[in-house]
Design a protein around this ligand. Sequence first.
Ligand SMILES: [Cu+2]
Length: 344
Amino acid sequence: MKHRLFGWLVLAVLMIVMSGCATLTAPVVSAQVAAQETAQTPNYADVTPPAYPLHQTYNPVLPPATSNPVKEITLRVKNVTTDIAPDVPVDLWLFEDTAPGPVLHVNLGDTVKFTLVNEGTLEHSIDFHAAQTPWNTNYVSIRPGEELSFEWKANYPGVFMYHCGTPPVGHHIANGMYGAIIVSAPDLKPVDKEYVLVQSEFYVTKGKDGLYHTDGTKMNSVQPDYVVFNGYANQYKDAPLTAEPGQHVRLWVLNAGPTTFSAFHVIGAVFDTAYADGHPQNGQQGMQTVTIPPGGGYMVELTFPDAGLYPFVTHSFAYTGKGALGLIKVGDGGGATATTDMSH
Ligand SMILES: [Cu+2]
């Protein structure tokens, strides 16, 4: 009995000694591991961001084009911090004050006298998809404080993208540097309502300053955190587009990307006519969903016979739940407040 007790005592002493060694070495090792992990995957989730101006609802109504055949347009590049979803402030680069930049509206045949002013802190540029103009002279990057002016003629009608083309282009687009220009054809039939929707993706990671920044790794592996219309996740779920029963509605839809395709669809509706890139001669009848490539657009026309709520989405449903959902409220919305959570 005594002999067995002595054995237990020896074992206990050995365990105490070993655990002592472990307590001596463990913090050193865990500190090294922690340092390595911090270097690889920094986590700033708990960092409080500085105060920032909150996103204001982007006006989706197509602004009128003036009748002057010469349009003088200036876009100023600015660094602006604002949110793209609740509590997600991003250090954006913008044309003027919003992502998308302002909706530009000109008429077919207009001359655009354009000036880019770089009030940012990096090099930026402009690329108008509606223009026929040399890339090497007019789409060049300009430095902070510089200006660039050139003229072009709007020879094709439709909905076109404009964006910064400074490398890495995807990064400049994902950081907010995109917008829509509508070139109206004179034979375009009047409709009751005209809206502009620009789909785009955001790829962001929180930094040590508490703000979110575009994440090139997520961007190049096409893992968007948000896919949105007009720069903010689900903004027209809370502030719906409106129409009355029987009205003819025209949607100018641009996909700014930078990478994913849009499967644009309105739930509960059929496009009576859908025009690829918004060109009046590209009409297709009775379309349910239109495929819009990054850097491309569609103009769709539709009528809602009945009052109610009609969600618009990208029908690529992995992205719908990331913010690519809005509502068209027809009439009184049918008095309904249907759930519109498409994330599951
Ligand atoms: Cu840029």
